[in-house]
Design a protein around this ligand. Sequence first.
Ligand code: PAF
Length: 298
Amino acid sequence: MWQIIGSGAIGCLWAANLLKTGQQVHLVSRTKMLTTALQYQNLQGHKEVYACSNSTTLVKQNGPILVCVKAPQVKQALLQQRKNISDDHVIILMHNGMGSAEQVAEVFPNNPIICATTANASLVNGPLNITQTGLGITYLGAFNRPAQRYSDLAMTLNNALGNSHWCEDIQQKLWLKLIINIAINPLTAIHQVNNGKLIHAPFQEQIKTIIDEAMPVLDELKLEFGRDELLQTINKVINATAVNYSSMNRDIHFQRATENDYISGYLIKKASQYNIETPFITSLYEQVKVLESRSLIQ
Ligand code: PAF
């Protein structure tokens, strides 16, 4: 049985598509749901309803645990379910940002841990009610040695939603997504603009500065990215999501905590380990911190 922690946009999207392909799914939400009917509108506008068992706790069952909460909540969400997690449960982490896998490995040292990144997207209309808004690639890969033998899980996700791949170099994929988020999220959050605005001045110059500051860190980590290739990829995402507001933009707009520490904060921490300075990325990080603390104390 698949158990999914987090009944938001991504958790429900996987739940619906896994159920569709005959997998058993149990969904764990923060608050008790009053229904088991999971309503899902796919990209063609077709509405489907699946019976999805759910509760606020994991059930004692074997099978993968897919964690779809935001990076800052991952460790706590798993610790809350500790009594129902045994050493052989595979833990799959799927969220924006990096750094949660290290935290999970500290508290669950024997569990296989998989990191995943997805470009699928959906919107939450209400409890257990989502509309898919984007179809994209999903990559999964082992964070630790015990996870290396679980590449089959990518096949199950591939059957469910397509475009899902096991990756031997998951760090490369995670860092690429991280750099995309470092370039898009803080700028769209600070200026409260949609992603599309970043294709214009002065943002393009600022994105180039972000890439220039990130490159020495990527080099130290032996990750092979070219400056032009990074700029092209970031601009491709900006154009493909032009009308969207980034997740950090929405978090600031709705006065919620952001993933700042797991996005720019993660890179800044790595940079300081190598004595690399990242003044522009750091100033964006600090501006987001100020906006976040202002909204959280209100
Ligand atoms: O965080 C987000 O909103 C997304 O990861 C991305 C790629 C920036 C698109 O909006």
